[in-house]
Design a protein around this ligand. Structure first.
Ligand SMILES: *Cc1c(COP(=O)(O)O)cnc(C)c1O
Length: 358
């Protein structure tokens, strides 16, 4: 892939506060963006479509026809990963090859064109490199990377688009939660579902998140931070928490939902499983009924609950509410294992801890 950098601003803006030696700015998640973006178009001429060259340009708005397919029928996918400024001055992305592979799996599910994993990786690395001064260097801060692809045909018929735009934007971020690493309260969702067998739950596609908003808004109104999704068919088995994968430590053993098509294949999830097994924990990927959680909680065996995802890394759960009954977890404190995992994974991401896993 050829990457054109002709319009790159040679003096990209650094955080003015940091440039003047001041304290790093407070960054809220996903609201500020770096100076540049990457974009690449897929066009169909005749029978076969093809990707054009890549372009790094100053961050700009899109101009789209109101009939643009992605705006109506959500033929759209995205990814999420981060670049970290290491304690050794080296910039690292975390397991980017996994994001490239998942992006292409999402593309295939949504009838969108794939691209070589190497192109995805080169695109991300190229734009991060141009805007490397935008990687914040305060504690816990990083550069959130949002690759995405939208269908761009201006056509109101329901069919796969023939043209697409792949782009990458960058957002300097602090911690994901306004409350920092504070444990969250979760409502087990009984009315709405996130994903069904045979649906698109495994793809990182916009519609999944729009579908979850109403449940999230209602839970917030009732004083909860997030919802725990159950399986769509039996409303019995635990699947994910908000937009994170979920783990339970019950009587010393660690449990998480299996990847059966309705659960997003998290890179953090996979890393947590690898680490825990390396540390000698018994990790089971199996269906877990919410009734098991209730019994474990009653006999004091529900030791820890935590969500995993790129944005928050590890999010400790303080309580679960199911059918009006509140289950307290770890006395509402951050569990030891949650803390240990958070410290170890962020330690690897910031180059403080040796990485034995690639
Ligand atoms: C992105 C995402 C995750 C977490 O994946 P990571 O690769 O760990 O960031 C989990 N669940 C859903 C629904 C997601 O969209």
């Amino acid at each position: 892939m050829i990457i054109n950098r002709d319009n790159v601003n040679r003096e990209p803006c650094r955080d003015p506060a940091a440039r003047e030696g001041g304290a790093p700015r407070v960054l809220s998640f996903g609201r500020s963006f770096s100076d540049h973006m990457f974009k690449r178009y897929f066009e169909t001429a005749g029978q076969k479509g093809a990707w054009g060259d890549g372009h790094i340009v100053p961050l700009e708005h899109f101009s789209l026809h109101p009939a643009t397919a992605s705006l109506h029928y959500s033929q759209q996918i995205f990814e999420g990963l981060k670049a970290y400024y290491g304690v050794d001055g080296k910039v690292r992305t975390f397991r980017i090859a996994e994001n490239a592979a998942r992006f292409n799996r999402s593309a295939t599910r949504m009838c969108m064109p794939t691209m070589p994993d190497a192109d995805f990786i080169d695109a991300v690395n190229a734009v991060v490199d141009v805007d490397r001064l935008s990687i914040p260097q305060g504690k816990g801060q990083s550069l959130y990377i949002r690759p995405a692809m939208i269908s761009t045909d201006a056509f109101l018929g329901v069919q796969p688009s023939e043209s697409y735009c792949f782009f990458v934007i960058l957002s300097p971020v602090g911690g994901y939660y306004a409350s920092g690493f504070a444990p969250v309260s979760i409502k087990v969702e009984e009315n709405y579902v996130r994903a069904v067998q045979g649906g698109v739950g495994e793809a990182k596609t916009g519609g999944n998140y729009a579908a979850g908003l109403l449940s999230q808004v209602q839970a917030k109104k009732e004083g909860f931070t997030q919802v725990l999704w159950l399986d769509a068919k039996e409303r019995t088995y635990v699947e994910e928490v908000g937009t994170m994968n979920i783990f339970f430590k019950i009587a010393g053993k660690v449990l998480t939902s299996p990847l059966t098509g309705t659960v997003l294949q998290g890179v953090t999830r996979m890393s947590v499983i690898q680490l825990l097994r390396d540390w000698g924990y018994d990790v089971e990927e199996r269906r877990l009924a919410v009734s098991e959680l209730v019994s474990a909680s009653k006999c004091g065996e529900l030791e820890e609950v935590f969500g995993t995802g790129t944005a928050a890394v590890i999010s400790s759960v303080a309580s679960l509410s199911y059918k009006g009954n509140l289950m307290q977890v770890a006395d509402g404190q951050i569990g030891d294992l949650s803390k240990q995992l958070y410290d170890h994974i962020t330690g690897i991401q910031f180059g403080e801890i040796e990485d034995n896993f690639g």
